[in-house]
Design a protein around this ligand. Structure first.
Ligand SMILES: Nc1ncnc2c1ncn2[C@@H]1O[C@H](COP(=O)(O)OP(=O)(O)OP(=O)(O)O)[C@@H](O)[C@H]1O
Length: 579
């Protein structure tokens, strides 16, 4: 019922078109009634009275009835398919739009295969229903009602008999339909799982080959496919039983009508022509039933698919659309007593983290692996909300504003760089489409990309491949760097931004960064402490707490964890230099 209500809500804006379609199907339905009545007249009046001149008129009447029926029903079908496609596109866009507004936690807990499946296969299932079943079904129901009224007017006991047969058929058909719907939902989940495995397996092909797990991958896919196949065979069997049942009733009805109508003719209650007309209406009355039985699979697949698309409409929003936009930020950041754990996890990743920085300062965040450095940045970007504590940007609570308006002012270069399968130019301009060629060249220069671009036969127009696979890790990271530089952000965040670079390139990029950093609030997460030694303040995060903070010199003087880490790395650097 909720499904129907929700669906009707989507169709509401199109009510005029739907009304027109309905009027067309009513006219088409009226023309359906004419041929059987003319057949009755032929038997009762024209043939017994040898009115041969009437036969031509009769044939013309039948032909024109069919012609008008086809014209009006085609019109109805066309209008309805068009409206249906409009509605489905709206739904797909609404679900997709909602995905982009839902909190990040959704993406870490939902398999990608499931999301893709909903927005592709589930939408296709609904489209299939819209294009092939619904428009014809509406016509068939209208024609069946018209035929029922005509039979009722001709000889009502036959109409009652037909109605009873119809009612008897409905019960088993409803039961089978419910089973089919449940089975279809299971089949869909199995297919989504197969899809997910396929996608993951293909995407991780390098990993699979490196670890020689091809056979395991093939076996897993084989098991999943075999389970799905066996289940599908059972579902198909039930579908066939349902279809045969429809056929059975379709065949049995004329027999029952002949019996009841034959007795009435015998008793002179009705004429032979009336019986012929009643028999002529049977196929029309049973069309909707046959159609339901024949298209049961499409219907049973589309209903849960529709439900799953609607589920995305109710996804929580990261923030409300009407929140005010953050004005241009200066860069003062106050993080106070932040407590956070990932959804579904017991363990806190951040345990009372506080951090203050003034506009224009450079803060380095260092610490042990898994200490919570990247998580802190995710919270600062408003991608997750803390359980307790606050984040203020220029003395304004970040979560009281539209977070996109803050993110627009931040340039992030992270450990993982996502590149689109497009040209290098499009990837560089991703965050700032209006940048000039001079801006682009300057950003590439600052990030050490100029020589690389010059060496490419197609320069900026080179396609970088899926996820940038045609580039090396270091090249990808430099593209990310150039992207961030191009945005001229008020706040720059480097999360292991130079981790994939060789020593020489890192030095170049580092000096480019230093040129960029003055006057700009900057946060640098680094494993190599040398990267942040010139920062105004260095914070050492250890197991979710700020263990130490101060300048490089202050922290060394403390002789604590920072000192230990630095000495460990420093001696390595010494060794490197010695080589
Ligand atoms: N999406 C997630 N869901 C659940 N736990 C997560 C998620 N992301 C990170 N964690 C956990 O949170 C902790 C902190 O991770 P985080 O990436 O913030 O550490 P980090 O200090 O940046 O580490 P590294 O220096 O190795 O990059 C880790 O224990 C990690 O397993």
């Amino acid at each position: 019922m909720k499904l129907l209500r929700e669906t009707l809500k989507h169709f509401k804006p199109y009510w005029r078109g739907l009304l027109l379609a309905f009027i067309c199907s009513l006219i088409g339905g009226a023309f359906t009634v004419i041929p059987p009545i003319l057949a009755g007249k032929l038997v009762d009046e024209i043939l017994p009275n040898q009115m041969t001149d009437m036969i031509g008129w009769l044939v013309a009447g039948v032909l024109f009835s069919f012609l008008f029926k086809v014209i009006f029903e085609s019109l109805q079908e066309f209008i309805q398919i068009q409206i249906g496609l409009d509605v489905i596109t709206d739904m797909q866009m609404r679900a997709f739009g909602r995905l982009h507004k839902t909190p990040m936690s959704f993406f870490t807990t939902t398999p990608r295969g499931d999301m893709l499946y909903r927005l592709t296969h589930d939408v296709e299932a609904v489209q299939n229903l819209n294009n092939t079943v619904v428009p014809r079904f509406v016509q068939q129901v209208v024609s069946a009602v018209a035929a029922f009224i005509a039979v009722f007017a001709l000889y009502w006991p036959v109409a009652i008999v037909m109605f009873c047969v119809f009612a008897i058929y409905l019960y088993p058909s409803f039961k089978l339909g419910t089973t089919m719907r449940k089975m279809s939902a299971v089949q869909r989940d199995m297919r989504a799982d197969i899809y997910h495995h396929l996608q993951e397996s293909i995407e991780s092909t390098r990993l699979v080959r490196t670890f020689q797990t091809q056979e395991r991958e093939i076996h897993t896919q084989d098991t999943k496919l075999t389970d799905w196949k066996n289940y599908s065979i059972r579902a198909a069997l039930i579908g066939k039983v349902n279809w045969r049942l429809g056929n059975l009733f379709n065949i049995a009805t004329p027999g029952v009508v002949m019996l009841v109508g034959g007795i009435a003719v015998w008793n002179n209650t009705i004429s032979v022509g009336t019986l012929v007309a009643c028999l002529g209406f049977i196929p029309t009355m049973f069309f909707p039933i046959r159609s339901l039985a024949e298209n049961a699979l499409i219907i049973q697949q589309a209903i849960p698919a529709l439900q799953r698309i609607y589920e995305y409409f109710d996804l929580p929003k990261e923030h409300e659309d009407d929140l005010p936009k953050m004005q241009p930020v200066r860069g003062d950041i106050d993080i106070d007593n932040l407590w956070f754990r990932y959804p579904g996890n017991e363990e806190y990743v951040l345990k009372g983290v506080s951090l203050n920085m003034k506009a224009g300062q450079h803060i380095g965040i260092v610490g042990t692996s898994g200490g919570g450095k990247s998580t802190l940045i995710q919270l600062l970007l408003g991608l997750y909300e803390p359980e307790a504590g606050s984040i203020e940007i220029d003395q304004q609570n970040l979560f009281a504003y539209n977070r996109n308006s803050f993110r627009q002012q931040v340039g992030v270069v992270s450990q993982e760089t996502f590149l689109l399968n497009n040209t290098l130019r499009m990837n560089l301009l991703y965050g700032r489409k209006d940048a000039t060629q001079a801006d682009l060249d300057a950003a590439c220069d600052a990030s050490g990309l100029t020589e690389f671009v010059a060496a490419l036969p197609e320069g900026y127009e080179t396609i970088v491949g899926e996820r940038g696979l045609k580039l090396s890790g270091g090249q990808r990271q430099r593209v990310a760097l150039a992207r961030a530089i191009l945005r001229h952000p008020a706040l720059l965040i480097f999360d292991e931004a130079t981790s994939s670079l060789d020593g020489e390139t890192e030095e170049r990029v580092q000096s480019a960064l230093e040129e960029l950093i003055p006057g700009r609030t900057t946060i640098t997460i680094a494993h190599r402490l040398i990267t942040v030694r010139d920062a105004d303040k260095i914070v050492l995060l250890d197991k979710g707490v700020v263990a130490e903070s101060g300048t490089h010199e202050e922290l060394l003087a403390e002789r604590g964890k920072y000192y230990e880490l630095y000495m460990a790395q420093y001696s390595e650097l010494e060794k490197e230099r010695a080589i």
